[in-house]
Design a protein around this ligand. Sequence first.
Ligand code: FES
Length: 112
Amino acid sequence: MITKETTWTNVGPSSNFPLHLGGCVKVGGKQIAIFHLSTEQKWYAVQNFNPQNQRMVLARGLTGDADGTPIVICPLHKYRYALDTGACLTDDQFSLETFPVKEVDGELLIEA
Ligand code: FES
């Protein structure tokens, strides 16, 4: 049986990540885009790499809502991704890896 080992990594004060805008951190060699949406008071973490055109751009995307699903819209070709599942809402051949993220005592932790 293969198990995936993960650990929680402190990526700094949550105040470093402004509401509705993306931030990018590197954890375990992966670039991870982090978003904080006020509508749900929730944090989301997804890969920064957009598989559609293989660019590290999603942390610069626009956030929004698609029929109740929190999304990020890629700044280049406007592909839309669900932040909770990583599913691409524009073309279902693409998807993003998502990561557990939580705020503890003002610090942001990512499991990757
Ligand atoms: S690079 Fe993101 S939609 Fe094309």
